[in-house]
Design a binder for this molecule. Structure first.
Ligand code: PHE
Length: 333
């Protein structure tokens, strides 16, 4: 016996109203899903009417079917939008966790003190008008030694001291090759620093590391003299270690500078005078080698070990701390 379509239509309205009533009170996603299953599930209150289609008089089926589909769509949409609003409320409304608990602080990394000092050095020279140059870590004999006036039998070329690669190239033992590369391709005057990594066959201990960092400096122009060298380096030392820092120059030797000097700073009563860099007037042979007229132009150069400066500045007692990546060390700077 066919049920009256009017009655069924009225029942659909009731289902609709009951659903609206119920969903209004739903405050969490689990309850919402219960409501969804109750109305829209395979055996839910809406599905029940689809199975009644067969009992409806053929002429009235389309009308009822349309209404039923509409209802299903309406409830489906309502569930979806309720779900949305529950999600966004969760981010601003009442929470189910204790706001007074301490948060989880993400662990930030730390800058290696070596890089802090490196940046400080760069900044000091940038303020004096120097620009930054870089060069390759893998060099050849020409740039690392020959062009720097290092004689073929010089001890620093020894297999004991230099990392030679199987192809005849080598790992640069200092940043001085960047001097040569810069003079080859920059117009005069030149005023650059060249920070970077260097390598020497040293056995690691508290003061030696086979990999270390230097900052090179080079100034070439007309009328550049030893007093420019001294003025620049004294200003640098006082900027890095403090205005009162006492500085002295000691005669020294480097194949690529003449005359050459090492600069010391007076550290404290216990440590006394400490060498912090090598320097000198660029040897005329080096200038001539790159095609710069050594009668017309002069210049000075210097090179410093960044590890050593950082160890002095922060009173670090072992060079290996820089490379261990131990947070107990790194977090102190
Ligand atoms: N290259 C030298 C070294 O590694 C330092 C230096 C650079 C000295 C420039 C004089 C001029 O010891």
């Amino acid at each position: 016996m066919a049920e009256s379509v009017e009655m069924l239509m009225q029942e659909l309205d009731e289902v609709h109203d009951a659903f609206q009533q119920e969903i209004r009170g739903v405050k969490d996603l689990a309850l919402l899903d219960d409501v969804r299953v109750k109305y829209l599930g395979r055996k839910g209150r809406v599905a029940r009417y689809f199975s009644k289609m067969g009992q409806i008089e053929a002429s009235q089926r389309p009308q009822f079917g349309n209404r039923l589909n509409e209802l299903k769509q309406e409830l489906t949409d309502a569930v979806a939008s309720h779900q949305q609003s529950l999600h966004s409320n969760n981010n601003s409304g009442p929470r189910d966790f204790d706001l007074t608990l301490p948060g989880i602080t993400p662990t930030l990394g730390f800058r290696n003190p070596l890089m802090i000092v490196m940046d400080e050095i760069k900044q000091i020279f940038a303020n004096m008008g120097f620009t930054v140059e870089t060069g390759p870590l893998v060099e050849d004999e020409y740039y690392n030694f020959e062009a720097l006036n290092v004689p073929p039998d010089h001890p620093s070329k020894d297999l004991q001291d230099t990392f030679y690669l199987p192809n005849g190239l080598l790992l640069r033992t200092h940043t001085s090759p960047v001097q040569v590369r810069t003079m080859e391709c920059q117009d005069l005057p030149i005023r650059i620093i060249a920070p970077g990594r260097c390598f020497r066959k040293d056995t690691p201990d508290a003061t030696h590391s086979p990999e270390f960092h230097q900052v090179e400096g080079l100034v070439i122009g007309e009328g550049i003299s030893l007093s420019h060298l001294k003025g620049t380096l004294v200003a640098f030392a006082r900027k890095l270690f403090g205005r009162q820092t006492q500085v002295r120059f000691r005669p020294s030797f480097f194949p690529f500078t003449e005359p050459s000097a090492e600069m010391d700073i007076y550290f404290d009563e216990r440590l006394g005078w400490l060498e912090i860099l090598g320097s000198g007037m660029v040897d005329p042979n080096v200038l001539d080698g790159v095609g710069i007229d050594s009668e017309k132009y002069t210049g000075f150069a210097f090179g410093m070990g960044v590890e050593r400066l950082a160890m002095l500045k922060y009173r670090i007692d072992d060079i290996r701390h820089f490379y261990d990546n131990d947070m107990r060390f790194l977090s102190q700077f």
